[in-house]
Design a protein around this ligand. Sequence first.
Ligand SMILES: [Zn+2]
Length: 215
Amino acid sequence: MRPVAVLGRRFGHPVAVANDADMGARGEHAFGAARSLDDFLYIKASHGIGAGMVLAGRTYPGSTGISGEIGHTRLQDSTSLCRCGNRGCLETVVSITEVRRQLAHVLTVSGTATDPDTLPPLDELAAARVITDAGRTIGLVLADLVNCLNPAAIVLGGELSAAGDPLATGVREFIDRYAQLASAHAVTVMAGKLQQRAELLGAVATVMRQSTTAG
Ligand SMILES: [Zn+2]
């Protein structure tokens, strides 16, 4: 069953299917943090980890529309089984599901402290460590992409990006550590502006562009 055909029949209108990270990149490009940029990577960090690539001003979908599957990049020191059937994929370590599990663990452990005056800072510190670690792991994988593509920016999106500064700090740290110096200097790491609406607004931008072209 092809979703495009089924949805097209139900709605009575033309339907297209696109990659969610690509749509996030288009959303941030058209309306958000990357409006002035022609070369950037949009990272959708959610239940999976995907990269939408805008290169020379255009979204790069790959030959069959599935480029940017960085969530299945293998990490050397991980053996966790991934939904793709391989072991050690990036998203087995830093998906929103896994990070929530890690946060629940450290907050439960720190919650056993008896001093009420020190508990909130301890909680915040423990949570920031988990999020920063997740950012570092993503940054490790992104360092290779930064070397290959020399982007001007990495825009962090998806549910995990709501974690804010600790995530961007971790990404920045490991890009600086592992990417080539000139490429690392050229790239800005920033949070997206559209949060959970990036993909939807990217779809809107796509339809608007197609309408303009058709008209
Ligand atoms: Zn995988």
